[in-house]
Structure formats: C-alpha cells, structure tokens
Design a protein around this ligand. Structure first.
Ligand SMILES: Nc1ncnc2c1ncn2[C@@H]1O[C@H](COP(=O)(O)OP(=O)(O)OP(=O)(O)O)[C@@H](O)[C@H]1O
Ligand SMILES: [Mg+2]
Length: 354
C-alpha cells in the first residue's frame, strides 16, 4: 500500500481510530475519531488520551501491557465517554504500531457499529459456535467409541500376546479420545455461576493442596496473601477450576525439573470494568519458560495449545468462567516470569457463605 492509499484508508475508516504515543497522549486521530469525541484533530493532538476518552477500564495499564508484550489487546463491553456525552458501550482494540514499539493504534468500535458491521465479538462468537458444535459432536462420538473399546476388549480374549498389544493400544487411545471429548463437553455445558460470597484464600489453599499431591508434586508453591481481603462474589467451584487450570499450566510449563509458583492475593482499587470495581486480585506467577511467542496473543482462545498433548481448552475455560463473573483475566509473560492475574468483584452486601 503506498502512502496516499494509507491516508485514504485512515480518512475513510468508519471506526474511531487513534494513534497513542508512548506517554499516552494522542498523536493522530482519524475523522471518525474526531466525530466521536466531537473535537477537532488539531485540539486533540498532544492531549492526554484518557482525559479526552473516559473509559471504565484501566487503559494506561492496558497500553503498558500492549507495549510490553507487543501483542494486541481486546476489551469488550467498555463504557467510553467523552466528558460531554453520555458513555456508550464499545469494543476497544489496542495494538502495537508496526516499526514503532512505543506507539499504539487504538480502535474504538461503538457496539452499535459493531453490530451493524457484523463484527461484534466475531472471534468469540465463532469460537462459541464451534464449541457448541464440538460439544454435540463429542456427545455423538462417545457412544460408538464405547462400542469400539468394548469390541477390542472382547477380541483381546481370543488373541495371542502380539495381538493383545494391538487391542490394548485401541483401548488406550480410545480412552484418550473419550477424555478429550469430555473436556469439550464440559466446556460447552458450563452452567452460569452460582454467585456467593467466598473467601478466596480458602479456594487458593484448596487448589494448592490438591495440586501438590498431584500434577504439581515437582513444584514449590509459595503463598503471599493479604489476609485482610474481603470475600469475593464468585462461584466457589468454578473459581477453584480456574486456579487449578492455571496451576496445572504453570506446572506443565516448568517441565520435569520443576520450579516455583507464587500464589498472590492483594487489593487494587484502580481496576474497573463496565463501571464496576474489580478490586480483588489473584496472581499465579511462575518462573518457567513463558508463553510460546507464536501463540502468546491467542492463549485464551479455544484449541490454542503449545503442548504436544494439549487440547487448548484450559485457558479458554478460565476466560469463559471469569467473564461470566464480570471479572477480568490477563497475562504478562516473559521467559522466567509468567503472571496470570484475575480481578474479581467484592461481595458487598451479603454475609459470607458457610
Ligand atoms: N504458565 C505458563 N507458562 C508457559 N506457557 C503457558 C502457561 N500457561 C499456558 N501456557 C501455554 O498456553 C497454552 C494454552 O494453555 P491451555 O491451558 O489453554 O491449553 P493446554 O494446557 O495446552 O491444554 P489443556 O489445558 O486443555 O489440557 C499451553 O499449551 C502453553 O503452551
Ligand atoms: Mg492447560
């Protein structure tokens, strides 16, 4: 694309677009962006971006992450106001600008436009549709598979040793397929969270105890909790599933040599999503090799795996559960330090469940 074409594209893009400098000021804005903020580009240039755009998410933090990871970040359902006008629901995309690591491209798609262009949550909904299909297929495949396994077991009775080795292989591999199908089914059938006030340290502790006697036997798990944290409003079993998945991934990434995982909890009042505070923070930090760079931007998508026998459903499930809690999950990863952070709402009005 030559420069005039690039300029034409920038000018005619019907979505508000901003180029943000490394100090979070606006460097450039397209006409759709000017119309969105209702201020001219001349006035907007050099203005602090998040004074002009009032967004109910921690945008400076999001921008820092994009710069650090050099990977795009998507924020769905954020309220974006401009100071004068009432906030509108938008999807926001922030991406590093090619050849200029400090600068970012930010696209703000009002949900109304997103719907019209048919691109609202397009990735997520495509993935959801695929999951729905897969869950149905999984169910259908399990029955004939049980038949195959049974037939192989019967056959093995009339075979010699070599023959039995082959039927054993059929049975073993079929079990592996059944396990995979069960995971897909579980993903498709996730029920809505049963929200109750829950002490997150109980959940972290339970996850830690079951991990160290199982898949994390080769790991050292350290706890670093803020004991004064109030209860979170969550589904206890689903939060446990989330923490277990993250502990399992960290343990698998460490390999046989093992490593250290730090479970951390703390309070951070600055994080807000959709107008709601998410002050409870859980971090699961490991000292393993870090996310493989080829998939680092997509690890929360279903079926994305960097492991030989991985199904790629662990983090997709984590993301689905946390988003159904109106929470937020993010990852920061470099070799030697991978931190998954979960941000959750506080249970304010209710008493803690027994
Ligand atoms: N703590 C971590 N350190 C390094 N890489 C990680 C870490 N957590 C996740 N990953 C990478 O992200 C990929 C996706 O993780 P996810 O849990 O979604 O799937 P999986 O572990 O491959 O399969 P499954 O969890 O379904 O058995 C992993 O395969 C791995 O490559
Ligand atoms: Mg996993």
């Amino acid at each position: 694309m030559n420069p005039p074409e690039a300029t034409r594209l920038w000018t005619s893009l019907p979505i508000p677009a901003f180029i943000i400098g490394d100090d979070d000021t606006i460097i450039e804005v397209n006409p759709a962006g000017e119309a969105f903020v209702n201020v001219s580009a001349r006035v907007l240039r050099a203005a602090p971006a998040f004074d002009r755009l009032v967004i109910d998410a921690d945008m400076p933090d999001a921008c820092t992450r994009v710069r650090r990871n050099q990977a795009p970040l998507f924020l769905n359902d954020a309220q974006v106001g401009t100071g004068e006008r009432a906030p509108v629901m938008c999807n926001i995309q922030v991406a590093p600008l090619a050849d200029d690591p400090g600068r970012l491209l930010m696209l703000i798609t009002p949900r109304e436009i997103a719907g019209r262009l048919g691109q609202a949550n397009s990735v997520a909904s495509a993935a959801k549709a695929a999951i729905g299909m897969s869950a149905m297929l999984a169910h259908e495949i399990k029955n004939p598979l049980a038949g195959i396994t049974g037939a192989a077991q019967l056959l093995s009775m009339s075979l010699d040793k070599d023959g039995r080795e082959l039927t054993d292989l059929i049975v073993e591999e079929s079990r592996r397929v059944v396990k995979l199908l069960e995971q897909v089914e579980q993903f498709g059938n996730l029920r809505p969270p049963d929200l109750k006030p829950v002490n997150i340290h109980d959940v972290l502790d339970r996850a830690r105890r079951s991990a160290v006697v199982g898949f994390a036997a080769h790991m050292t798990i350290l706890e670093d909790y803020d004991p004064s944290l109030p209860p979170a409003l969550v589904d206890r079993d689903q939060l446990l599933q989330v923490v277990q998945n993250l502990l399992k991934n960290a343990s698998e990434a460490a390999g046989d040599a093992g490593g250290t995982i730090r479970l951390r909890s703390f309070y951070d009042l600055s994080l807000r999503m959709r107008g709601r505070a998410l002050p409870l923070q859980i971090e699961i930090i490991d000292d393993g090799p870090g996310l493989p760079s080829a998939i680092a931007g997509d690890v929360f998508e279903p079926f994305v795996s960097g492991r030989e026998n991985g199904t790629g459903l662990g983090l997709a499930l984590v993301s689905k559960i946390i988003s159904e809690h109106d929470g937020w999950v993010a990852v920061d990863s470099v070799p030697g330090r991978t931190a998954f952070r979960i941000s959750l709402p506080v249970a304010t009005t209710l008493k803690e469940a027994p």
